[in-house]
Design a protein around this ligand. Sequence first.
Ligand code: GLA
Length: 391
Amino acid sequence: MQKLQDLAAHVATEFEKVYGRPPRWIAAAPGRVNIIGEHTDYNDGFVLPMAIEFYSMMAADRPVDGREVITLRSTLETEVATIDLSRPVVPTTPKWGNYPRGVVAGFQAWGIQPGGLDVLLHSTVPLGSGLSSSAALEVCTATLLEAVTGTTLDPVEKALLCQKAEHDYAGVPCGIMDQFISALGREDHLLLLDCRTRKTEIVPMQDPSVALLIINTNVKHELSGGEYAERRTQCEEAARNLGVASLRDVTAGLLEAGKSKMSETAYRRARHVIGEIARTVQAAQGVRHSDWPTVGRLMAASHAALRDDYEVSCPELDAVVEIAEAIGEKGGVYGCRMTGGGFGGCCVALVKASSLDAITKKIATDYKARTGIAATIFSSRPAAGATILKR
Ligand code: GLA
């Protein structure tokens, strides 16, 4: 895993190769893994993510010709994205440019003019893997623009600006978790976020006896596929039929009493959400007390509900969870679940640090045997949120 400073040096070199001079600013923002609290953010619930040591990073300078144009080049994309600041900033092609475009538009809406820029983007967050590469890109852009314009946004406002960019420019009606953790992550801490009040609490995760393993199924997920928006609508339907503003206001008892007022599907979606909100609060408590067996059990229950009630898992994610569960606590696995939006992407497993290598090998072998796909497996400590590396 590349250290942030090494990565910054790499990006600076790449910038110089492309633009022929060193960058004036460098900013970075991390991807995330969610420990628990899945599909709860847009239901005003709790989430418990952490930032990971994978980053979206941008190096930039003013254009030599002084034009009011932002030119975005990426080490991962061949197409160049440009933003002509003399015109209204609207979504266009290439698609990847729409995340920064939305953020630029957000700054403009706040009356902050970024001015022309030459930008080089590099990202180590695996794309389409449910590790929030898009939120990292948005928050990275916002952090770069803070450096460039000499403004410091309130981190909550910054996260909301980035979420709006994703809604309006990428067409994904995401919740607030990903942008919040990318902006507000703390080294060695999880972030317990109350998505209703937007109050955050950092929860220390420093016990050296445990580690978090991220298992990428290498099955790509695509959130704009409509399934995500459909889940949101079903939750809204359930809340409406129960006469409440959001599922946060519903207890298990209330849901049972109101079961006949909604479709069977909406009922199951709500059952997941209500259970998951409770599990997230309990898991945060478990982390505070280093009660890893309890946290692991809650993660397992979360996966089962996402698979059966919320129906956002897929055979490959289920395969990883089954393999991890077969290893069990005796073999060093406390719990394992899918993480992020679902339909592919990653699982997260809470494991004994002493068994990390053995577990990694076992999951890799068994997953390959079952699916024919090679998984990518790595562990990450909780990383810090967005940062300006050169100003
Ligand atoms: C995606 C969204 C988040 C959240 C998760 C599911 O990552 O961007 O806002 O809803 O799915 O928990």
